[in-house]
Ligand binder design. Structure first.
Ligand SMILES: Nc1ncnc2c1ncn2[C@@H]1O[C@H](COP(=O)(O)OP(=O)(O)OP(=O)(O)O)[C@@H](O)[C@H]1O
Ligand SMILES: [Mg+2]
Length: 246
């Protein structure tokens, strides 16, 4: 295996995704080529409906590509069965969904513990302590024993961020993790992600509609109509920054 291959967290080659059958069939992603290195902090931007969530679901091993090749840490995922995908997902990925998908019957702290509990086959005190610390880090100190529905949308989103970090995965995928948050909470959550990136070398792919947040990532990938139309530094990709410099 070459050094270049070793360095790759994620590789997509000519990945397409279609939904529906026959006449109703629609191709949403049209041949995505993308490579994310270990420890990279990437913003994924683009208009509503451009395919960002669809792409994240493929990368997150929650759905399968229609054609093309997807490798996670050098391993091609196409041939893997569902059990192997679930295992790889648990070992490698943290996911913050656009709609949080918290388990309604579990307390907030138990929701955060879930990724670790699934791996260990149950809850324990060390997990609880770690989940409590993560809740504090996202600004939810003292909220652990409440149920998700007793929290606001923005608070639930922060619970989902804490849950994604629970197992220290090498790659975290986040679909608008600060979408429902006010500026201060949004900064706090983003800073937590950046701290993980710096201290643990966690790679992130973060979908965002917020240009100031995208500008604070190392790299920005822009999707339009299911194609990557730009990929580079924030200065290269974000139009308003180019305009300001001109
Ligand atoms: N399960 C599905 N069945 C049919 N079409 C789908 C499905 N999921 C997504 N699509 C279509 O794929 C396109 C891209 O959707 P996607 O949710 O990936 O966009 P997005 O970039 O995440 O948008 P937003 O910024 O609004 O979240 C849309 O036209 C959508 O209707
Ligand atoms: Mg989306």
């Amino acid at each position: 295996m070459s050094a270049e291959t070793n360095d790759a967290m994620l590789e997509l080659e000519a990945v397409t995704k279609s939904f529906g059958e026959g006449e109703a069939r629609v191709e949403v992603l049209h041949g995505i080529d993308l490579r994310v290195r270990r420890g990279e902090l990437v913003a994924l931007v683009g208009p509503s409906g451009s395919g960002k969530s669809t792409l994240l679901n493929l990368i997150g091993l929650l759905d399968r590509a229609t054609s093309g090749v997807l490798r996670v840490q050098g391993r091609e995922v196409g041939p893997l069965d569902d059990a192997a995908l679930t295992k790889l997902r648990g070992e490698t990925l943290g996911f913050v969904f656009q709609f949080h998908h918290l388990v309604p019957a579990l307390s907030v702290v138990e929701n955060v513990m879930m990724p670790a509990a699934l791996r260990a086959g149950g809850f324990d005190a060390a997990m609880r302590a770690r989940a409590t610390a993560l809740l504090e880090a996202v600004g939810l100190k003292g909220q652990g024993e409440r149920l998700p529905r007793q929290l606001s949308g923005g608070m639930q989103q922060r619970v989902a961020v804490a849950r994604a970090l629970m197992n220290d995965p090498p790659l975290v995928l986040a679909d608008e993790p600060t979408g429902n948050l006010d500026t201060q909470s949004s900064d706090q959550v983003f800073e937590l992600l950046r701290e993980r990136h710096r201290e643990l070398g966690t790679a992130f792919v973060i979908v965002t509609h917020d240009p100031t947040l995208a500008a604070r990532c190392e790299r920005v990938v822009r999707l339009v109509d299911g194609r990557v139309v730009a990929d580079g530094t924030p200065d290269e990709v974000l139009e308003d920054r180019r305009a300001r410099k001109a």
